[in-house]
Design a protein around this ligand. Sequence first.
Ligand code: AMP
Length: 327
Amino acid sequence: MPITVVGSIAYDTVRTPFGQRERMLGGAAVHFALAASFFEEVHVVGPVGEDFGEEQLRVLRERGVDVSDIERVAGGRTFFWEGEYGWDLNSRETIDTQLGVFEGFAPKLSASSRASDVLFLANIQPDLQRDVRRQLPHARFVALDSMNLWIDTARESLVQAIEGVDCVILNDAELRQLTGKPNLVSAAREILSWAQPPLTPAPGSPPPLRGPSVVVAKQGEYGAALVTRESFFALPAYPLETVIDPTGAGDTFAGGLVGYVAAHPHEQLSDALLRRAMAHATVLASFNVEEFGTERMQRLGGEEVAARIEQLHAMTQFSGAPLALRA
Ligand code: AMP
């Protein structure tokens, strides 16, 4: 099923203990699209400024991503983010965020972006996420990411955005901040309770409001956990000896998860499908952090992904041989 993503298309300046890059291609929608393009057709929606280069668009085009809904705003500046990581790559400091063309942006989706069955609302102002959600009322699977900035400044709108999606993908700290619950599982359960009871729509009326049935808690180098009403599942991150730049790992993870679901249009959103999606998400994110920005993803091959999935599978299996424990 084709995927539409709305979110930041950015220039990122990043410093890590292993080096730095100025104004490289980044943005949540870009990282998502590169990962999701391994599974399905992806349409990216978002604005860029006059300073955005053809070369950057080519990175997306080369992976078959549809960039026709990337709007170039005359006289505008592309979204800019600057961040710095210390030795603990799980925590970073945002040095600067310049919304640029995102200020006053009103998403206008083309017919092909509106026709997607799968929608990812990447981290961006929640009013914009809701606006795009309304333009795809019939999407079969909708996922959302957000961040502390929007929990601090636009919580009410973010909660409403979450009530309109199937799957919420957040960092563990963001889940705690959003729900006020210190425990990850209870925080996830709180979000699952925001679902609206399904109504029986009258024939011809728009589909009922749904609500999240899947919550994914990203935990950086410690992996990610999946919580539904019925089940719990967790995977460690793929163990890497060299991590250069974690920027975009979360969006790449989301691209793997949502992309894998989109590639299985005839399967129910079962626990088994979601677990396999988590494995693909984990593996794609592991490649993203091996180099700065999108550098590694630009030359990643499908066979490398498949090989790492096999390794992750082997690493996370154990036999359930029961042992009679001493009382
Ligand atoms: P991640 O590391 O997965 O959280 O994503 C990092 C990406 O998010 C970077 O490429 C940034 O350009 C982008 N980003 C950072 N802050 C924001 C923000 N406030 N709104 C939208 N995108 C952002």
